[in-house]
Design a protein around this ligand. Structure first.
Ligand code: PLP
Length: 480
């Protein structure tokens, strides 16, 4: 073989470098999980970072292990207990390890022959998840690359099922334009899906929210009536389980009733919090999820796997096989459904990762309880933090949290300046000093600090320290 290619496929080098990499990562995990003094997000500036890597690419010589170390040093440390930023889970290390077999075998799915075990495993884990959240025996699902792709897939299925003509084949015909109803607080990927489907701005009918940023169910009827009076053909209703910004759950059961009464497809974006349905303590938040026509759940948010691993579950399994059915118009009777084992017929992707393998490994190694424990622990932490905030002078919550997403701010005594500017300045300073990673959000027109407590190792002590850090940072900014 060509010597370079020989080296590129050298199993010996793979073994040697692999052992070293696992050692490096295990040491890194120990340090970051023990909250070693390290910047949670090492401060950097995008242009300088780009220049650094362009230069590295040009340089002579390369050391793989040094490269790995540099990547670690320049990355955000999700396993650090003071990482409290966006909704990305610190993956269970064993799930990351299992990704290695997915990467190396690289069975590209698409058709059964290109992933016999992984196709069947995908079937097993999606069936498993559907049952775990209480969906009926008819439910089936697929795995796809992220919640955004998941929402698009669910809403494409809605269009396929609810449009009275063969929209897949004929495109959108004249007549009432299609639309969906969704909370003002929905993740942007829901509206994006409508835009991708060519429905435009008017195709996304926003439902007002109440003071907890949940769909105001008393406004559902008037919102639908107005949309219809405006000439729209509303075919779907989408609910949040939970919303991204404040983490509050829409009243799904009431929305399911409304969808049923009005002949709408009911889609639930449970990318973050759908899996709470598995828990004893927090399943009340998702009541009604089992009645949805389609549900999206990200394993890489609240189910311990590396990104991206998303389930799209359909109450009626036939929708799983007809979403992308170019000729299958079950409404029109031809009914050519795609077999479950050829994933390209059912998913957005052609080639796709063997995503279910790591999920299967987690279920079998630790049992279902590991997901319940993870969700319950982090949601409990959210409740604990909320109590701490309300009990600490000068701090206030945006809304009482349902789970592990908490939005809050510090209001200094007698402060007469711009509170939104102060809140944003506090976050900037905290990021510069890199002791914590937190984010910010707008709730109504106010700026709040926002944490997603994704790390089960985060303690009450760290949360207390965060409040002290916010207070002292604010005082330094004000007295500057
Ligand atoms: C509620 C919700 N839906 C969808 C998404 C998008 O998911 P992904 O980042 O996996 O595409 C997010 C991401 O934060 C989310 O919070």
């Amino acid at each position: 073989m060509n010597p370079l290619l020989h080296r590129a496929f050298d199993a010996g080098e793979f073994r040697r470098e692999g052992h070293k990499l696992i050692d490096l990562l295990a040491d890194y995990l120990n340090d970051s999980m023990a909250a070693a003094p390290m910047p949670v997000l090492p401060p950097s500036e995008p242009e300088a970072m780009a220049a650094f890597w362009k230069n590295e690419l040009k340089k002579e010589g390369f050391n793989l292990q040094e490269f790995y170390k540099t990547i670690i040093d320049q990355s955000i440390h999700i396993h650090h207990p003071r990482y409290m930023g966006h909704q990305v889970v610190p993956p269970s290390p064993v799930a990351a390890l299992t990704e290695l077999i997915e990467a190396l075998l690289n069975n590209g799915m698409a058709v059964y022959e290109m992933g016999p075990a992984s196709s069947a495993i995908e079937r097993a884990v999606t069936d498993w998840l559907a049952r775990q959240i209480g969906m009926p025996e008819t439910a089936e699902g697929i795995l796809t690359s992220g919640g955004s792709a998941g929402n698009l897939t669910g809403l494409l299925a809605a269009r396929q099922a609810m449009c009275s003509y063969n929209v897949w084949k004929e495109g959108h015909l004249d007549g009432a334009p299609l639309a969906l109803m969704v909370s003002e607080e929905a993740h942007y990927s829901v509206a994006r899906a409508a835009h991708i489907m060519g429905w435009g701005e008017k195709g996304v009918v926003k439902i007002p929210v109440n003071s907890r940023m949940q769909v105001d169910t008393s406004r559902l009827g008037e919102t639908l009536a107005k949309a219809r009076a405006d000439g729209l053909n509303v075919i779907a209703l989408a609910g949040n389980a939970c919303s991204t910004s404040t983490g509050t759950y829409d009243p799904l059961d009431i929305m399911a009733d409304f969808a049923e009464e009005n002949g709408l497809w009911f889609h639930i974006d449970g990318a973050h919090g759908g899996a709470a349905a598995m828990t004893d303590k927090y399943s009340h938040l998702t009541r009604g999820i089992e009645r949805a026509d389609s549900v999206v759940i990200d394993f890489h948010k609240m189910m311990l796997t590396p990104a991206l691993t998303t389930a799209v579950l359909f109450k009626n399994g036939k929708h799983a096989s007809e979403t992308f059915a170019q000729k299958a118009e079950y409404l029109l009777g031809s009914g050519i459904s795609k077999p479950w084992y050829d994933s390209a017929g059912r998913a957005l992707e052609c080639t796709k990762k063997m995503m279910g393998v790591k999920v299967f490994a987690l279920i079998k190694l630790f049992g279902e309880q590991v997901f319940r424990d993870y969700i319950t622990t982090t949601y409990d932490l959210g409740q604990e933090f909320a109590e701490l905030i309300t009990g600490t002078a000068g701090f206030e919550l945006a809304v009482p949290p349902d789970g592990n997403i908490v939005c809050f701010r510090f209001v200094p005594e007698n402060f007469t300046g711009d509170l939104n500017e102060l809140t944003a300045a506090i976050r900037r300073k905290i990021l510069e000093e890199a002791g914590f990673y937190i984010v910010q959000t707008q709730v109504s027109s106010d700026t709040y600090l926002r944490v997603s407590l994704m790390n089960p190792l985060t303690t009450a002590g760290e949360l207390k320290l965060l409040l002290e850090t916010v207070r002292s940072t604010a005082n330094r900014i004000i007295n500057r």
